[in-house]
Design a protein around this ligand. Sequence first.
Ligand SMILES: CCCCCCC[C@@H](O)CC(=O)SCCNC(=O)CCNC(=O)[C@H](O)C(C)(C)COP(=O)(O)OP(=O)(O)OC[C@H]1O[C@@H](n2cnc3c(N)ncnc32)[C@H](O)[C@@H]1OP(=O)(O)O
Length: 293
Amino acid sequence: MAIFYPDILQQRTAPRTFSFGDKDVMLYALGIGLGQDPMNETELAFVYEKGLKVVPTAATVLAAALRGATGPAPEMPPGHRPSQINFLMVVHGEQKVELHKPLPTSGTFTAEGRTVGAYDKGEGKGAVIINETVWTDEKGEKVATLTGSTFARGDGGFGGPSEGAPEPHAVPTRAPDISVDFATREDQALLYRLNGDRNPLHSDPGVAKKAGFDRPILHGLCTYGITCRAILQEVTGFDADQIYSHQARFSSPVFPGDVITVDIWKDGKNISFEARVKARNVTVIRNGLTVLR
Ligand SMILES: CCCCCCC[C@@H](O)CC(=O)SCCNC(=O)CCNC(=O)[C@H](O)C(C)(C)COP(=O)(O)OP(=O)(O)OC[C@H]1O[C@@H](n2cnc3c(N)ncnc32)[C@H](O)[C@@H]1OP(=O)(O)O
């Protein structure tokens, strides 16, 4: 396992075409806990084909047909050394979704990815690798930009720059304007993984132990989706089209069964958020920012 710098900045995933449909959209919404009260018609709209709406952060899974747990294998131009990281020790570091247009309930798109940054946080700490994926629709128009960072805990000390990663968003220092609780289920990760990320870290107790956790942890993107659900519920009145972007940093693992408290600060079109698990006194998401259209 080694990260070769600056070669890694040449990593690309070739354009690939994929399609999704209403089942994918509904499975994602179920995976972040929507629809638990079948009498709640506003939530039902995300899990029922009648008047179906799409949670904006579903963009993180709707190209799942393209990837396994690790994403499509990146390609290297000739003359550059291919990097390989220790996937067992990987956690999701940060995620941002920008929607250049609201997501439809079905469609065919093309996704193309590239590595835009690699930062060395030191031997024994880790490496942060930032990838960007852009979706275009059949007219060739940009639909979504997804920027995600992999925190590779086993690959620090590769010799890249330690500084220069984009600064995370600073949430206000005042008390939150809104705090709202979401209970996750004991089987949350087992359900969520059916969206496409079958990383055994979220399902296999033995693998979780080897990775340094007492038990399987929840997908970061599931918690991320729950924070988007919180903004939909508390800020936009479940109007998904109002959300332009949603970004956050994963600061501590969530375990299935945790109750997640989402703290929200409203400043015009900029909505800041954090998420914490009161019972364990940990902040699990920091630096959250949703930008409204
Ligand atoms: C596209 C992406 C695809 C990724 C594939 C993922 C596959 C999935 O199936 C895997 C998952 O879903 S894992 C679940 C979600 N993620 C987590 O639970 C991680 C939670 N966070 C942590 O454990 C620690 O914060 C941890 C370990 C991340 C960092 O903790 P520490 O080592 O204690 O870090 P700290 O001392 O606070 O900071 C060291 C330097 O690193 C920067 N940093 C910290 N957290 C970061 C984060 N989350 N993302 C990016 N950078 C981060 C700090 O700024 C610091 O930098 P500097 O030294 O320059 O100040």
